[in-house]
Design a protein around this ligand. Sequence first.
Ligand code: ACM
Length: 273
Amino acid sequence: MIKIGYFQFYPNLKQIKQNSDKIVNTLKHIDADLIVLPELPFTGYYLQNRGKAQELAEDPKNSPTVDTLINLCKKRNFYIVTGFAEKSHSLIYNSALLIGADGVLHTYRKLHLFDDEKQWFDPGDAPPQVVEILGVKIGIMICFDWIFPEVMRSLAIMGADIICHPSNLILDYCQSAMLTRCLENGVFAITTNRFGVENKSGGEIQFTGNSQIVAPKGMLLHRAPSQLDELYITEIDVEDARDKYITPSNHLLEDRRPEFYSGLLTPEILSDQ
Ligand code: ACM
């Protein structure tokens, strides 16, 4: 059994220290093994332009924010998956870090940037990977990655038990779609969303909250309210993610017929030809 959870809140744009203090104050007394935070919980979401993103992004190896989280993991003996505006030389990624008492164990860089994010972030440059902690295999994807089923499928094929999914969701399709993603891949998913509003050029963005934890048969274990803070922790049995039989004679992964899916690896769209 493993205790997993999320912290949904309303990050204040560009207030890195204030957001970090809020997270630390919320998590400093909890009993859990793995906590997932939203996408970009320190900087906020709508960074406006490349210059602002450069100012706010940090190199995780030289970041007071990350050092604070490592200390928290040491004190509380848990792991955190958090969104993070990552600076790497001249590049800036919308990333997620897996952090434990020994430091940053893994960095995932968002592959599918959403809308205006393309103006200030560089797209992820590496395939998603699975990392083991406490005997459990963790896969990470970020927000809009959910709409590309290949991401969760490839993590499931690599053995992921739990998908950690830091998010700043704006469209309202994801929460229900994740029930299907978990069913078809036989995995748990922790989607941690933020709530509140930010300004964008010519309007506002409303974030949808409703963070949630879904079990492998597509069962919703818990969903947060839309526009409120919520810390939620529950205990799960990861063995539920290791039984991939949907009937006694149908295995979700072994019954695939990849020899007939060659179109998946074709970069151009073939339907017009
Ligand atoms: C999103 O990918 N933050 C919508």
